[in-house]
Design a protein around this ligand. Structure first.
Ligand code: PLP
Length: 427
């Protein structure tokens, strides 16, 4: 098969596809598997009840189900949904926006694909201001080299806890290098907040300074808010520094998703941006898929209109993950003790726990392979450091763990991880 470069990069082998296949095979194996690897949100009974009730309401209202499944949507997304979304954000944050600032996509993953390629091409890159960053962006660029990234500063909090800090000097230096022709031009800055995989929540002050840099260098700032506020609100306010308010202005492109409120299967992403960007995304939607899936928009619209979506997130989703996060931290401490060096990133938000194993005698890809043999699936950290071509030992010393899984899997899985790490140190 003689594929083009596009065909090879999107239909061929990527590290991530190999990893996903590998995880799939491990799951199909005939033995218990502790699946702490993927990005599936937890099944939260209170939220499942809400979505079931909403579907029953749709079915009970004459013609509503038929409208939901029987029409192609506008490429921008349903008018009523965009209207409700804009009103909700206006009310809650006082932002000056309307339905012309809202586009729906088939999942926020698709939104990020479109945005990454609208702002990068051969010789023009997306700047990731802080590594590690979401594995799901890594292969999205059509260009050969789509990203350039800045390392964070590592702040050790105590023996077993640390936090990544945005290195704004490094970000500024990267923008200056691009502007003065010493490096490829920068098309946009992109950050996930809360960050997948680290659980970091860049502070409001840091985000403002990033926005100031974006303005100074005239580049858009894309903020991927898949875990943020107002929903799903997988942010632990008592742990983050200061308030966490979403920031928006007509230079910021804010990505949101219905996935982490319990609806990953409906594939609905939302982009809040200037009308110019929204028009471009709508046209791209039409070309790629004609229209968006409607189910998520129907399910959620009334909860935007009556304002309950944010409250539901705070009452059902945040406490669920808070409890699981506390359990995971305790379990990690009990499993590891003080025999080998380990630290977890301060778990401020997202559904992941990021474990750092300083001076680990093997790369985490090898540790991943050993853990898989024992039925524990995690994601090795190497995949989250794209865009930085320099050699950094830290990138081979971390694991991403989905802490939202069943407590039994967390306990059994963490015990096995600690055993394998101790065994590696004893070799
Ligand atoms: N962005 C981040 C940071 C994510 O973690 C994910 C999924 O896990 C996505 C985007 C994509 O989410 P979806 O396409 O389900 O909206």
């Amino acid at each position: 098969m003689d594929l083009t470069r596009f065909g090879r990069s999107f239909g061929g082998h990527t590290g991530i596809m190999d990893l996903m296949d590998d995880m799939g095979r491990a799951l199909a194996a005939d033995r218990p598997v502790h699946m702490l690897g993927g990005g599936n949100p937890a099944r939260i009974p209170a939220m499942e009840t809400v979505w079931r009730r909403r579907m029953e309401e749709i079915l009970a209202r004459p013609g509503e189900y038929e409208s939901m499944v029987g029409n192609y949507d506008r490429p921008q997304g349903r008018e009523r949904f965009g209207d409700a979304f804009a009103l909700y954000l206006r009310d809650r944050y006082g932002w000056d926006l309307g339905p012309e600032n809202i586009a729906v996509t088939n999942g926020s993953q698709t939104a990020m694909f479109l945005l990454i390629n609208m702002f990068s091409e051969e010789g023009r890159r997306i700047l990731l201001p802080i590594l590690p960053e979401y594995i799901g962006y890594a292969d999205q660029g059509i260009a050969e080299e789509s990203f350039v990234a800045c390392r964070p500063r590592i702040e050790q909090r105590d023996a077993h806890s640390f936090k990544y800090r945005l290195d704004l000097d490094a970000v500024e230096a990267a923008l200056v290098a691009a502007e003065t022709g010493r490096a490829d031009p920068i098309g946009a800055i992109l950050i996930s907040r809360p960050t997948n995989p680290s659980g970091n929540v860049v502070t409001d002050a840091e985000l403002h300074r990033l926005d100031v840099l974006a303005e100074r260098f005239s580049v858009p700032l894309i903020v991927d808010n898949a875990y943020g506020v107002p929903f799903p609100h997988i942010i632990f306010d008592e742990i983050v520094e200061g308030d966490v308010r979403p920031l928006w202005n007509d230079r910021i492109i804010l990505g949101m998703s219905l996935s982490k409120i319990g609806l990953p299967g409906v594939r609905t992403g939302i982009v809040i941006a200037s009308p110019e960007i929204i028009t471009a995304l709508s046209r791209a939607n039409a070309i790629l898929s004609l229209a968006n899936g409607t189910v998520g928009q129907y399910l959620v619209e009334p909860l935007l209109r009556d304002g309950t979506i944010g409250r539901l997130a705070e009452e059902a989703i945040t406490p669920f993950y808070r409890e699981r996060a506390a359990f995971a931290r305790e379990t990690m401490g009990a499993a590891f003790g003080d025999a080998v060096p380990w630290a977890i990133h301060r778990l401020e938000g997202s559904i992941f726990l990021w474990l750092w194993l300083p001076d680990l005698p093997v790369p985490t890809k090898e540790l991943y392979r050993r853990l898989k043999e024992r039925g524990v699936i995690v994601v090795p950290g190497e995949y989250f450091f794209f865009g930085d071509t320099t050699d950094w030992a830290h990138s081979r010393q971390c694991l991403r763990i989905n802490y939202g899984r069943e407590p039994e899997s967390i306990e059994a899985g963490f015990t096995i991880i600690a055993e394998e790490v101790r065994a590696l140190w004893r070799r």
